[in-house]
Ligand binder design. Sequence first.
Ligand code: BES
Ligand code: MN
Ligand code: ZN
Length: 494
Amino acid sequence: MEFITKVAAPETIKADCVAVGIHSDGTLTAAAKRIDTASKGAVKAAIKSGDATGKRGNSVLLRNVAGVAAPRVLLIGLGAPGELSDRRYADAVKCAIKHAGSGSRELALAATDWAVKGRDDVAWQARVLVVAARESIFRSDELKSVKDDAAAAPATVTLLVGARDAKAEAGLRQGAALANGMDLTKRLGNLPGNVCTPTFLGEQAKKLGKECGLAVEVHDRKAIEKLRMGSFLSVTNGSAQPPRLIVMKYSGAAKSVAPTVLVGKGITFDTGGISLKPGATMDEMKYDMCGAASVFGTLRAIAEMKLKVNVVGVVVACENMPSSTASKPGDIFTSMSGQTIEVLNTDAEGRLILCDALTYAERFKPAAVIDIATLTGACVVALGDVNSGLFASDDALAADLLKASKTAVDPAWRMPVEDEYQDQLKSNFADMANIGAPGKAGAVLAACFLARFTKKYKWAHLDIAGTAWKSGAAKGATGRPVPLLTHYLMDKAA
Ligand code: BES
Ligand code: MN
Ligand code: ZN
């Protein structure tokens, strides 16, 4: 799908379909007014007939409207004027893509006059348009021998502008880069555990490095042993799949600029280990590498945008399996930091691999470290699938991430990491236990565990257990929080 801008009026644009917005109180956007005038009332007639309601989700396709060059006019309901939120704007774009008519190769969107509440930035509008459009055509049929019927979608989406606008064009390009990153994240998240193994992730990193000009290192078990990542390795004990520590460097700024380090949880399948998970929906634990996948996707997006930032992606990848060699509840391991950990529950494995990656991150003398992980079911209970959980030791970093999440339409909610919780991780036999009392602040405790390994830099943690994928009929990875992370880095580059 290609995205371009054109300077043209909606009634004269030569496209297969032109989409204009109307409101639920019967008022027309500027473009809808022009179509109505040119056609001597076709839009108002559609409203009067009751077909076009202007309500969100309502769309009406008119054909061969007199006085309009495009053979199709699509009326998109935007709801009440002044009530178009970020999310609803994206939904309106998706609605236009879906209902443009299967014969439409080129769809022109008169979307710059869809006034989004609190937004006044055509680059933002163009960016969100592309991401929404690309989201609506994403398919996951790589492993189907009979491919899904590709829903007929326009090959070209044209954003109508009043005058040539470099900002709109830049927004479209940023949107495409972001969508490419999100598609990569979704693809990796959706691939099953037998395909998407730690070894596979290592190969994908090499491939991404070649395509995007990243310096990539993939460390095998021997190298990980040499680094003394005893906590990470403990999680791999039960698995026949060898672990990988993947390091990907993007250098867009001067060498002297301290990098942002993104650390991703890459559990390619989480059975729970000896603390085995219940069987129902266990298949979804193939998504337990979505933190890692979001590091891949963010690097892909920022490389395509050529952002002037330095970023190091660190991915810890392994499987969490039960077997006679698996670690057992009560086992004690020494982390790379030297701190010892009593593993009271082998299903709390994410923190066990992340803590060593967080210690490893020290060597990059980072400006900030952000880890991304499908870490706790408790975070799903707390925030559902709307907000990612944001935990941070640094208020300024938290504020920057929250600001980015708003612009990116990729919401996050700040949660506490406070010393008051640390007592619950006390162990009688090691420096700490890997869990606290069940049912109490599980997402916070996981973050508090990680905090013990992040004292040497500014750190934030995103728990994406609820936001990285959808369950049910629309089961699949969402590509979040690639928009949040990418916008954070865009802000840094600016
Ligand atoms: N990968 C899971 C977290 C998870 C749960 C992600 C549900 C998405 C949906 C993680 O490794 C895990 O199992 N966490 C345990 C921690 C508990 C044992 C303290 C959990 O949340 O139940
Ligand atoms: Mn687990
Ligand atoms: Zn897990």
